[in-house]
Design a protein around this ligand. Structure first.
Ligand SMILES: [Cu+2]
Length: 147
């Protein structure tokens, strides 16, 4: 017992930065943007920082900076040929029942934020907003996951 309390006392003295970081989560900040946000933004887009991460648990911190549109973030594993992504012209969006969707943030209204955790294996993923017209309008960005 004495040894244990000595150990705990020593650990307590360690500066926080020296503690093991094995469980430090990888955070990807995603902003949902469109011209209504101002800042000279000329089209709809998703911005992800960073867009290259290590495999494991990834925390997506999503923020919709739009002034008047709702957006979302889907994490998908796209088919080999991006052009073969199932798309409904009628609904002007990807057909979600036919894509490999790993996560779905649901809608973020203007100014809203949302956090979601996704366990990702190495590979290339697409972050997509699939509100009608948004995917083809430019709201998709690659995320590379390395070993
Ligand atoms: Cu959108």
């Amino acid at each position: 017992m004495k040894r244990l309390s000595l150990f705990l006392a020593l650990v307590g003295l360690l500066p926080f930065g020296l503690l093991p970081r094995a469980h430090a989560a990888t955070v990807v900040h995603v902003t949902q943007e469109d011209p209504s946000a101002g800042h000279g933004i000329t089209r709809m887009r998703l911005v992800a920082t960073p867009h290259r991460v290590r495999a494991g648990e990834v925390v997506f911190e999503i923020r919709n900076i739009s002034k008047d549109l709702s957006h979302e973030v889907l994490v998908i594993k796209p088919p080999h040929r991006l052009r073969s992504m199932p798309y409904s012209r009628k609904q002007n969006r990807l057909i979600e029942s036919r894509i490999d969707k790993l996560a779905d943030s649901g809608d973020q209204k203007p100014g809203q934020s949302y956090t979601m955790k996704v366990d990702l294996k190495p590979g290339k993923y697409l972050l997509v907003c699939n509100k009608p017209g948004h995917y083809r309008g430019g709201m998709h960005i690659w995320l590379t996951v390395t070993r």
